[in-house]
Design a protein around this ligand. Sequence first.
Ligand SMILES: CC(C)(COP(=O)(O)OP(=O)(O)OC[C@H]1O[C@@H](n2cnc3c(N)ncnc32)[C@H](O)[C@@H]1OP(=O)(O)O)[C@@H](O)C(=O)NCCC(=O)NCCS
Length: 193
Amino acid sequence: MDQKPREQQLAEPLVMTMLMTPEMANFSGNVHGGSILKLLDQVAYACAAHYSHQYTVTLSVDQVKFKKPVKVGELVTFYAQVNYVGRSTMEVGIKAIAEDIHAKSSRHTNSCYFTMVAVGDDGRPVTIPELLLDNPVSKARFVAAKLRRQLRQEHDATMQAIDLKWTEQLDILTEQEIDDALNSELQKGGVTS
Ligand SMILES: CC(C)(COP(=O)(O)OP(=O)(O)OC[C@H]1O[C@@H](n2cnc3c(N)ncnc32)[C@H](O)[C@@H]1OP(=O)(O)O)[C@@H](O)C(=O)NCCC(=O)NCCS
């Protein structure tokens, strides 16, 4: 990555409205979760590429909550914003609102955060402009996104430790140790067997 002083720039919000068409439906007639995820990924890409003027790839996505089903025939509007910029990464927050045009009603269906990485022609991360924070809302969004970034790193480390102990190095545990751990987890509640 180059070491030149970085420019600063504002992040413009991105809004995209899509009609939910029949090929997006699952067996119950509602829009398939995967169809929504694909649209969210495209919105995140458009928002991050527009900010960075670079090709971007999805590094991670978190907090996708399907709060309400989306029906075929509804309009879904995605509101996206770059909340945080690192050296090559951007956190893009997206909120989806579904609108039933016949009932003249709308509801918040999904919210999520994508981490996008700007990459060069070789597919390696490139340095992008710093985010210009010129008002309290953008500053607060940046703080929240930075806290989420830290949380993601801690979460990644914990997940890796779990994988290492309970999958990759399973052969070094005794059957007794596994039974003890299982009993301990069952006693904590919330697990059915
Ligand atoms: C995204 C990618 C280029 C990053 O490569 P990398 O070797 O990890 O790059 P770096 O170590 O230089 O990290 C680049 C940035 O990603 C961040 N990053 C990398 N791994 C991370 C992780 N597990 N969690 C959070 N951030 C991470 C780094 O902190 C760094 O951020 P910064 O530049 O803003 O400081 C690489 O992982 C990749 O090509 N992934 C596949 C992307 C893709 O195909 N997406 C579509 C999937 S269907």
